[in-house]
Ligand binder design. Structure first.
Ligand SMILES: [Zn+2]
Length: 167
């Protein structure tokens, strides 16, 4: 039975499977408190405290909320900013950007295009990368799925024990 949290489902084809319809209490039941604060309330984890500051290995980083694939490990680089950094989304359309005018700044916020989960911000301060961009991602907003591993199984293990992915 497909659910809105099965990333292989297409909400455009079946609106009942659109994760944007989930209620706050649905997300709270699903996510760890930190994941919820970041993805659903646009919080930011403190620099240097999140997941994936070091490279966990080849694979992909998926939205910790809805499971959509967002970043390839091949696009990860070390910016030294205290958050995992990527220079591009895994494929066009994986992310949605919005202008964020909070905290007296104008920044480009990025969200998961599938569930609208807050991920972090994009900065044009990475000339060492092919795009010049630094996608500054909260580590707790994403979940690494090792190359060759099953997405559903990786998520199921993580939901049972959210601390396990804290590499
Ligand atoms: Zn998502």
């Amino acid at each position: 039975m497909p659910t809105p949290l099965d990333p292989s489902t297409d909400p455009a084809q079946n609106p009942a499977l659109d994760p944007r319809r989930l209620r706050p209490e649905d997300w709270r039941a699903l996510l760890s408190p930190l994941e919820y604060a970041i993805l659903r309330e646009s919080a930011t984890e403190r620099a240097g405290t999140g997941r994936y500051l070091s490279d966990p290995g080849p694979g992909a980083f998926h939205c910790a909320g809805c499971g959509a694939r967002l970043y390839s490990a091949d696009h990860k680089f070390h910016a030294g900013c205290g958050w995992p950094s990527f220079w591009d989304e895994v494929e066009p359309g994986a992310l949605r950007t919005v202008v964020d005018r909070s905290h007296w700044m104008v920044r480009t916020e990025m969200r998961c295009a599938r569930c609208e989960g807050h991920l972090g911000h994009i900065f044009d301060d990475a000339p060492q990368t092919p795009t010049g961009q630094r996608h500054c991602v909260n580590g707790y907003a994403v979940l690494w799925v090792p190359a060759g591993a099953e997405v559903a199984a990786t998520f199921a293990a993580h939901r049972r024990d959210p601390g396990r992915a804290g590499v």
